[in-house]
Ligand binder design. Structure first.
Ligand code: ACO
Length: 401
């Protein structure tokens, strides 16, 4: 059946699939994943190879435009991004209006939306050239906004980037440069950050990406779609899990390190507690990103000479859970975010910034999916429902209710 005429061909039948567990929402050539075999590929390249050999900017280009860039293409892409890195000074006033305690994800989503007012030409984009201009703008400005959300919480001056640095090193400098102190780049830190961003860069139709596509399908514009995606990512069942994992591991440590107690809590159906960082909608064997990240966490901590007891708790917890019938039966394995927080912590990134780091990584994926959706001229997203409410009722005046 031609997919476009499916509804007509089935006589107008509406299927119901809560959580869209079995529903494909689009055709896509960006990311392939096989949840049973634990395979993840961006544009045909395995995640293992990309994490090992590529840098984040190359992966951005690959996801968005479909191929690994040549040296000339990468140089132009990098230059175009650098030329767009200025953020209007009035954006700082908007940031000023937030309390210092505001969660960085809420601030980031608002600032991304506010960018539209300062870049009106980035909204109504139709041609590939207009799309390209909007894409380099957001790739350039997003790390500035992300760094500002962190600096605001620490009452540090809001700086701009350093165009002599690469994308990831520049992000790190914008986050960590301190007044009257010379910033010193650290290769171990930079490489770890690069790898984490690559591992988070796309994951087909997850909650935030589907949000970006569905908002974009109304032609609301790239920045508005991304702002919605950031809000979707914030939730603890999605990107917010990385913050929740470290908070859970710390709570277990404070509570004497009794991992069995928390495993039992997670199994108890009367208790709403879930083992954060465990389980995945699609991976029912293992999450290939978790494997890479676990190894990376050990390397980074070793190389930086950090001993983090939380890493031991994480290892202990996963060893017990992986042998437990409850987790085995339900195919619950550690996901990408079970270990990412441990690395972020070792890099000195505050816990409430973890999901912002995820958003920085996911940005090219969201952009690639938005661009694909627009270029394919997909129709507006508009699911149906099965109505279960009251049938027709006669209106009663307030005195009669
Ligand atoms: N701890 C304990 N039990 C769990 C967990 C968990 N982390 N995850 C799933 N289960 C159980 C459910 O209670 C359910 O049990 P039941 O069949 O006895 O009712 C069964 O496993 C299936 O779980 P669902 O919630 O139906 O699976 P779904 O695919 O809808 O959810 C999700 C996937 C949201 C990731 C879930 O596993 C979860 O909440 N994990 C913890 C949060 C987390 O780590 N999120 C990050 C996901 S990765 C990412 O977004 C980058």
């Amino acid at each position: 059946i031609d997919i476009k005429t499916l509804r007509g061909a089935t006589g107008g039948v509406t299927t119901i699939d809560p959580g869209y567990k079995n529903t494909g929402s689009c055709e896509s050539a960006i990311t392939f994943l096989d949840g049973e075999k634990g395979i993840l590929r961006y544009r045909g390249y395995s995640i293992e190879e990309l994490a090992e050999k590529a840098d984040f900017l190359e992966v951005c280009y690959l996801l968005i435009f479909g191929n690994l860039p040549t040296a000339t293409e990468l140089e132009k892409f990098d230059k175009d991004i650098k030329e767009e890195s200025h953020v209007d000074e009035d954006m700082k006033k908007i940031l000023d209006g937030f309390p210092k305690s505001a969660h960085p994800m809420g601030v980031l989503s608002s600032l991304t939306s506010a960018l539209i007012a300062f870049n009106p030409g980035s909204v109504d984009v139709d041609s590939e050239e207009e799309m390209y201009n909007a894409i380099v703008k957001i790739l350039a400005k997003f790390p500035v906004l992300a760094a500002w959300t962190m600096r605001k919480r620490k009452s540090l001056p809001l700086d701009y980037g350093d165009s002599s640095l690469g994308y990831v090193e520049n992000l790190h400098k914008m986050m960590f440069a301190r007044p009257n102190k010379t910033y010193e780049a650290n290769k171990i830190v930079n490489d770890a950050l690069d790898k984490l961003l690559i591992l988070h860069a796309d994951h087909e139709q997850n909650c935030s990406t589907s949000t970006v596509r569905i908002v974009g399908s109304s032609h609301a514009g790239l920045f508005a779609s991304l702002s919605a995606g950031i809000s979707a990512l914030w939730g603890p069942l999605h990107g917010g899990a990385n913050q929740a994992v470290i908070e859970m591991l710390e709570a277990i440590k404070e509570d004497g390190g009794d991992t069995a107690k928390y495993i039992n809590k997670a199994k108890d159906k009367e208790d709403s507690f879930r083992l954060m960082g465990f389980g995945h909608r699609v991976y029912k064997n293992f999450d290939p990103r978790a494997k890479i990240i676990k190894k990376s966490a050990e390397e980074v901590l070793g190389n930086l000479g950090i001993e983090d007891p939380v890493l031991d708790i994480a290892k202990g917890l996963s060893e017990v859970a992986l042998k437990d019938e409850y987790f085995v039966q339900r195919k619950l394995y550690p996901n990408v975010d079970f270990y990412s927080g441990i690395i972020y912590r070792a890099l000195g990134i505050p816990t409430e910034m973890f999901t912002v780091m995820f958003a920085l990584g996911r940005l090219p994926g969201w952009i690639a999916q938005w661009r694909e959706m627009r270029l394919r001229k997909e129709p507006i997203g508009r699911p149906r429902q099965i109505y279960i409410g009251e049938n027709h009722r006669d209106f009663k005046e307030i005195s009669e209710r």
